[in-house]
Design a protein around this ligand. Structure first.
Ligand SMILES: [Mg+2]
Length: 367
C-alpha cells in the first residue's frame, strides 16, 4: 500500500455558548482536517485544532504551513508503517508535532480500515464499550460554576474540571468552595488554572482549599514555578500544557514534579506518541486523561480509542469538544457524551467517516 495523495481541509467550528479559560475566551476555532489517499482505495482522516493562537505556541495557520513542508516527502510511503512515516516527518521538519499528529491519526485510521480492526484493538484492546469522560466548566462566577456543577452531576458526570485563573484568586477560592458544597460525594474534581496562577496564588488557593479533594491542574506557567511550591501545596499536581512531548513527560516524572497528566493527543504528536506516553505512565502508575484542547469528531474518536486502552483505575477520562460544537462530521456515528460516558466507536479505524460536503474543497493538495 502506498500513499498517493494528501488533501488538507479547513473546517470552521463555531463555539456554542462561551468557553472561557484563564487566558481569554474563544468563539470560533479553525480545524485542519487531513485526508490520506492510498493506491488501494483506502483513505484515512486526521485532524488538528489548536484552541486559538494563544493557548499554546500552536496555531491553525502554523499547522497548515507545517503540512505543506512535510506532505510531499510522504508520498509513496506505506501509511501502515507508523515508525517509517513518523521518521519521514522528522526528517522533513523539526517540531510541529501537532501537524504531524494529523498525519499520524490518518495513518492509524488507514491501518485499522486495512486490517478491518478498530484503532483501540490495534492498541491492545478496549477496556469496555464506553469510556469515562469529564466535563469542563469554564471560568465563571462562584454561583454559576456551582449551578453548572449540580447540573452536570445530574446528567451522570462523575468528574468535573473547574477552570480557574486569570482573575482575583479570591474568586477562584470561593468558586471551589461553592462547587464543593453543590456536589454530592463521589464526584471527582480537577481545578485547572491553564498556567494562570502565580506560585504565590497557587499556594494561597491550595492551602485555603485544603479540605476539598481535587487535583490542581497546570497551576503555573513553567516547571520551575511549579517545582518552587510543589511540596507546600495540599493537592496533587497534574501537568497539562507543559507535557509537550514524550521527553517533557519523562522529565516531569523523573523529577517527581507531578502526580498525573492532562494529556493532549495532538500536542505530543498523535496516536503513536500518545501510546508511548500511556505506557510510560502505566509503568509509574500515574493517572492521566487522553484528550485534546479542541477539535471535531476525528480528534474525539482518536482520543477515545487511546483512552479506551488505558487501565481504568488510572484513567481520568477523555474530554471532547462535542458539547460546544453544533453538529458532527459524521452524523451517523457521532462521538458524543451519553449519560456522562462516551461510547467507543465500533467501525474499523477511527469508526468515524466525515461527510465530505462538510469539509468543502481542499485548501491544499499534494501528490
Ligand atoms: Mg488542562
Amino acid at each position: 500500500m502506498k500513499l498517493t495523495a494528501i488533501n488538507v481541509y479547513n473546517v470552521d467550528l463555531p463555539v456554542v455558548g462561551k468557553y472561557r479559560m484563564s487566558m481569554g475566551s474563544v468563539s470560533l476555532l479553525q480545524s485542519t482536517v487531513v485526508e490520506l489517499i492510498t493506491d488501494e482505495g483506502v483513505t484515512g482522516f486526521g485532524e488538528t485544532c489548536p484552541v486559538g493562537p494563544i493557548y499554546q505556541p500552536q496555531h491553525a495557520l502554523g499547522a497548515r504551513a507545517a503540512l505543506e513542508e512535510m506532505a510531499p516527502s510522504l508520498i509513496g510511503l506505506d501509511p501502515r508503517n507508523f515508525g517509517q512515516l513518523n521518521r519521514a516527518m522528522e526528517s522533513a521538519l523539526n517540531g510541529s508535532r501537532y501537524a504531524k499528529a494529523a498525519i499520524d491519526i490518518a495513518a492509524w485510521d488507514i491501518c485499522g480500515k486495512s486490517y478491518g480492526r478498530r484503532i483501540c484493538d490495534l492498541l491492545g484492546g478496549a477496556t469496555g464499550d464506553t469510556i469515562a469522560t469529564y466535563y469542563s466548566i469554564p471560568v465563571a462566577s462562584p454561583e454559576e460554576a456551582a449551578r453548572e456543577a449540580r447540573e452536570r452531576q445530574r446528567e451522570g458526570h462523575d468528574r468535573l474540571q473547574i477552570k480557574i485563573g486569570g482573575r482575583d484568586v479570591e474568586e477562584d477560592i470561593e468558586t471551589l468552595h461553592r462547587v464543593n458544597e453543590a456536589i454530592k460525594p463521589g464526584m471527582r474534581l480537577a481545578a485547572d488554572a491553564n498556567r494562570g496562577l502565580t506560585s504565590r496564588d497557587a499556594l494561597f488557593l491550595s492551602q485555603r482549599c485544603r479540605d476539598i479533594s481535587f487535583v490542581l491542574e497546570q497551576p503555573c506557567n513553567t516547571m520551575e514555578e511549579i517545582a518552587a511550591v510543589r511540596y507546600q501545596l495540599c493537592h496533587p499536581v497534574y501537568m497539562d500544557e507543559l507535557a509537550e512531548d514524550v521527553n517533557s513527560v519523562l522529565r516531569a516524572i523523573s523529577t517527581g514534579l507531578v502526580d498525573g497528566f492532562g494529556m493532549k493527543l495532538t500536542r505530543v504528536g498523535g496516536i503513536s506518541a500518545l501510546r508511548t506516553v500511556r505506557d510510560i505512565c502505566d509503568a509509574r502508575r500515574l493517572p492521566h486523561t487522553c484528550d485534546d484542547s479542541w477539535g471535531g469528531d476525528i480528534i474525539a474518536a482518536a482520543c477515545v480509542h487511546v483512552g479506551a486502552t488505558v487501565d481504568t483505575s488510572r484513567f481520568e477520562g477523555s474530554w471532547i469538544a462535542a458539547p460546544y460544537i453544533d453538529g458532527h462530521y459524521d452524523e451517523e456515528n457521532p462521538v458524543r457524551l451519553e449519560g456522562g460516558r462516551i461510547k467507543v466507536p465500533t467501525g474499523p479505524g477511527l469508526g468515524v467517516v466525515p461527510d465530505m460536503a462538510k469539509l468543502g474543497s481542499p485548501i491544499a493538495s499534494f501528490g
